[in-house]
Design a binder for this molecule. Structure first.
Ligand SMILES: [Zn+2]
Ligand SMILES: [Zn+2]
Length: 109
């Protein structure tokens, strides 16, 4: 069970890394929705967050500037790791989501 979750998390992170786009709020929404939800394992305990941390921003490439006529935007991404725990059955797991930002290096003539 735990192993399967970890594998799917790794797959998700790789996917996000490979296809980093300016907008990636989807994963964050999924993570938020889990708070206060019932545990998948026992269906009785209310899930609590025991740990939450963002990584540093990491450079992941560049693209044509979407703001101005010329130049490029640098793309950065960071990941958030959240540990959840069910106080009822003791089940715990990790959720990893990511966020992308653009650093504008464009200019107008
Ligand atoms: Zn539980
Ligand atoms: Zn730009």
């Amino acid at each position: 069970m735990i192993k399967k979750r970890i594998l799917s998390i790794i797959a998700a992170v790789l996917l996000v890394t490979a296809f980093a786009t300016p907008v990636s709020a989807q994963n964050l929404d999924d993570a938020e929705m889990r708070r206060g939800a019932l545990c998948d394992n026992c269906n009785r305990g209310e899930i609590v967050t025991t740990y939450e941390a963002w990584s540093d921003w990491r450079y992941s490439g560049r693209q044509s500037c979407i703001h101005r006529a010329y130049g490029e935007d640098a793309i950065y991404f960071r990941t958030r790791q959240i540990l959840y725990r069910c106080p009822f059955c003791g089940n715990n797991w990790t959720n990893v989501s990511s966020q992308t930002k653009l650093e504008c290096h464009g200019w107008n003539a």
